[in-house]
Design a protein around this ligand. Structure first.
Ligand SMILES: Cc1ncc(COP(=O)(O)O)c(C=O)c1O
Length: 445
């Protein structure tokens, strides 16, 4: 890295090409190379790069009104986007739901943690404060979000700064923490919520937060039928709120506007981010169901929380333009078709001796690499297999999202694929071809 650079990098030991242009599923760098953005730049870019009308809508909004502080004003684009999101949400969000806009996913998680805390105070249950969550999960990088996260590597340096509110077992059939198989397991991983509540002071439990499909940490791990419903039932019975973290899965990524809609479950809060503005603006949101809103309306009235840039007019104008684009190009429906094409293109990779599983839902797919396929034994973490695959695929011109730790927090290598919804069959074939070459390069024998 050149020492005249001014930008604080994500990694001082790595060289980063400079991205100068984006178009469709492609990113172009200043050194004349082009890359197929098979990860949607971390499951962000839903509609593709370089869609001119999004930039136009943002420019028009900023010319008309760039900013007005939310302590004094609301704005038309924020109001419009909130209504649109509630329309797309599960039925319980209709008739009185509200949306709190943030500048990204971590802020959405922070907002949810504080919101459920104040909800219980308003309801006369001030003892409730703990937001339970799962091991092997990710809810954001701020300290509250890290507290509920269960991603071992991302938490490790900050452990002394984090509270412990209770982490239950992950839901991950490929490496079941109970070494059971569905359906004989009878959803032991969901019942772990009940076990942890019984083992701790359940009168302090405020909410449970989970990713309906675990993204970065487990590489698109989809729960078995009945899991989400069992979790929701335990929360209801225990007087806890249910928070679905759909920062990665929301806004159509899995084929429905929100992933919980695959199972007909109605959370009290839904968090979203990433694809909501498809990378055109920093934006996140907390969708809040009417039962929670009522507690604020009938109580103190003021949520003791706030960000200067919440509900930003230009960011929400980007969100409106993105949602309009998704609907006018019928992209929600396109996800299932494009996902099937991508799944079929990737299927031959499953035969590779080091590919343990190809999994996922919609256009959120994970490929796990194993040392021994018969036992699903992972590679040693020091071999950095996921990073090597990412690097080899990038040399082939395809961008992926690598992570380690899916098996036990340290070992287990996978990459995530989350391409824009506009991906073509030819581009799916290019992804498969690049990964075939990357596998050959990383595992030459
Ligand atoms: C499920 C989930 N929640 C929260 C976050 C945090 O979002 P952000 O990076 O926008 O703060 C992420 C980011 O990867 C995520 O995948």
């Amino acid at each position: 890295m050149s020492n005249d650079a001014a930008l604080f990098p994500r990694n001082f030991h790595k060289d980063f090409p400079v991205a100068v242009r984006g178009e469709g599923c492609w990113l172009f760098s200043g050194d004349g190379r082009k890359y197929l953005d098979a990860a949607g730049s971390a499951a962000v870019v839903n509609i593709g790069h370089g869609v001119l009308e999004i930039g136009r809508a943002m420019a028009e909004q900023s010319a008309q009104l760039a900013f007005a502080h939310t302590s004094q004003f609301h704005s038309a684009p924020a109001e419009k986007l909130a209504a649109h999101l509630l329309d797309l949400a599960p039925p319980n969000f209709k008739n009185g739901g509200r949306v709190y806009f943030t500048s990204g996913g971590s802020e959405a998680t922070e907002t949810a943690i504080k919101l459920v805390r104040q909800y219980h105070i308003e309801k006369g249950q001030p003892a409730r404060y703990r937001v339970l969550s799962r091991r092997q999960s990710y809810h954001g990088s701020t300290l509250g979000a890290m507290t509920v996260s269960g991603n071992v590597a991302r938490r490790a340096p900050y452990q002394p700064l984090l509270a412990e509110w209770g982490h239950i077992a992950p839901c991950f059939c490929q490496h079941c923490p109970f070494e059971k198989t569905f359906p004989q397991c009878r959803l032991a991983c969901a019942d772990d919520l009940e076990n942890v509540l019984q083992a701790t002071d359940s009168s302090t439990a405020a909410a449970f937060i989970f990713e309906p499909v675990v993204g970065a940490t487990l590489g698109a791990a989809v729960p078995p039928e009945g899991y989400v419903a069992r979790i929701a039932e335990i929360c209801r019975r225990r007087g806890m709120l249910l928070i679905a973290d759909e920062v990665m899965t929301g806004i159509g990524r899995t084929g429905t506007p929100f992933a919980v809609q695959h199972w007909g479950v109605e959370p009290d809060l839904i968090l979203t981010g990433k694809g909501i503005a498809s990378g055109y603006a920093p934006l996140g949101a907390v969708l809040v169901a009417p039962n929670v809103i009522e507690a604020f309306e009938n109580g103190n009235g003021a949520f003791k929380h706030g960000f200067t840039y919440q509900a930003h007019p230009v960011a929400t104008a980007a969100g409106n333009a993105v949602l309009d684009y998704i609907e006018s190009h019928n992209l929600f429906a396109r996800v299932a078709r494009a996902a099937e094409t991508l799944r079929a293109a990737l299927a031959p990779l499953q035969a590779h001796r080091h590919v343990g599983e190809i999994r996922g839902l919609g256009l959120l797919r994970g490929i796990e690499f194993v040392r021994d396929k018969s036992t699903l034994t992972p590679f040693d973490a020091s071999q950095a297999i996921a990073e090597k695959i990412r690097s080899a695929a990038m040399e082939e011109g395809v961008l992926t999202y690598p992570t380690q730790g899916c098996v036990d927090g340290t070992r287990g290598d996978h990459i995530l694929l989350a391409p824009p919804f506009i991906i073509t069959p030819e581009e799916s074939a290019l992804i498969a071809a690049a990964l075939t070459s990357a596998l050959a390069k990383v595992f030459p024998d």
